[in-house]
Design a protein around this ligand. Sequence first.
Ligand SMILES: Nc1nc2c(c(=O)[nH]1)N(C=O)[C@@H](CNc1ccc(C(=O)N[C@@H](CCC(=O)O)C(=O)O)cc1)CN2
Ligand SMILES: Nc1ncnc2c1ncn2[C@@H]1O[C@H](COP(=O)(O)OP(=O)(O)OP(=O)(O)O)[C@@H](O)[C@H]1O
Length: 200
Amino acid sequence: MPPPQAPRGAAAAAKLALRDQLLAARRRIPLPQLGDDARATARHLLATEEVRRAATVAAYVSVGREPGTSELLELLREAGKRVLVPLVLPDLDLDWATYEGPASLAPARRGLLEPLTPRLGPEAVATADAVLLPGLAVSSAGDRLGQGGGCYDRALGRVPVGTFTCVLLHDGELGVDVPVEPHDRRVTAAVSAAGVVRLG
Ligand SMILES: Nc1nc2c(c(=O)[nH]1)N(C=O)[C@@H](CNc1ccc(C(=O)N[C@@H](CCC(=O)O)C(=O)O)cc1)CN2
Ligand SMILES: Nc1ncnc2c1ncn2[C@@H]1O[C@H](COP(=O)(O)OP(=O)(O)OP(=O)(O)O)[C@@H](O)[C@H]1O
């Protein structure tokens, strides 16, 4: 880890600029469209072989203008799946707990909603047969830009190679030229209202 005062590398600086641009575009998405897109995205995901076969699915609780997951989380539970959602640890690593419905969530730092159910530990993500994760953009090779915590780079490092790792995006956030740093972990797929795309 570089010391806090060290200048950022070119890729890290380019990520900051690209994040600003993508977040500004998200703020222009009309709210009704978010709901429609979330329903279409959930339908595409539940139709995939990987999610249909999964006993355990790691997902996330969407906030703001992120691709919505509230219906997806309910549908996964109704389909009998064990659903894991993350909590952010002080070092920005992720812990995991089971999603037991909206009442099992509470407001947390950074405007997030986090589970109140017992913590399972950072390694619990390795028990997921499918990982559905947030992001701001993905390249056609599967390089993902996140919110800048490096949380999912750590979590994806614990997931067995070959696991379905799918980032949820808005249309227009796929096929972006994402700056890459050595710690970045690729995803195997992306989904938006337009459908699922296998990457890499
Ligand atoms: N809904 C949702 N839940 C999520 C994520 C997400 O993107 N969406 N995350 C996806 O990862 C994790 C939380 N994301 C985080 C992202 C950044 C920082 C953070 O502290 N960032 C530093 C700036 C880092 C930098 O740019 O150098 C900061 O704000 O001070 C913390 C958590 C876990 N849960
Ligand atoms: N495996 C790791 N262990 C420790 N720190 C890490 C790891 N991976 C990434 N980081 C740190 O996290 C910081 C942010 O990384 P990056 O900008 O790639 O986040 P991101 O992928 O956009 O965010 P997120 O994964 O939270 O959505 C980097 O400065 C990096 O040092």
